[in-house]
Design a protein around this ligand. Structure first.
Ligand SMILES: [Zn+2]
Length: 144
């Protein structure tokens, strides 16, 4: 566990998360494909854990996988996510968890784009998005 690990009991999580966030993050639920708010979300910015706010993914690694969930080729920081073998539902998958609060995020598959070849398939409900705070790029500015 990292030094700043978050530990809350079930009632505390229930009180701070929405019903859908709680179901995904704490009960390892999965939102239906194409139902979440970020699967087709293309704005520049960062995605944080809906449970604890840790930076998890950057829009620069987001790609259109067509699977109906937000998909990333890599986490924003290597240690932002933890992996765990998941053999439920008769499948061998690798579960992805927030390394800080242990919240369930989704799964990682090895059919992603190069160079990583990975596809982090993440529930929108496990994420909150913050747009990059940059001034808009001036194209063809009128002054000088
Ligand atoms: Zn977290």
């Amino acid at each position: 566990m990292s030094t700043n690990a978050i530990t809350k009991n079930d009632a505390e999580w229930k009180a701070t998360l929405s019903a859908e966030q709680y179901r995904v993050l704490r009960k390892k639920g999965t939102e239906p494909a194409f139902s979440g708010k970020y699967w087709d979300h293309k704005a520049a910015g960062v995605y944080r854990c809906a449970g604890c706010g840790q930076l998890l993914f950057d829009s620069g690694e987001k790609f259109d996988s067509g699977c109906g969930w937000p998909s990333f080729s890599a986490p924003a920081e290597k240690n932002a996510v933890a992996e765990q073998a998941d053999v439920t539902h008769g499948m061998h998958r690798t579960e992805i968890l927030c390394s800080r609060c242990g919240g369930h995020l989704g799964h990682v598959f090895d059919d992603g784009p190069r160079p990583t070849g990975l596809r982090y398939c993440i529930n929108s409900a496990a994420l909150t998005f913050a747009p990059t705070n940059k001034p808009p790029i001036s194209s063809g500015s009128k002054s000088d």
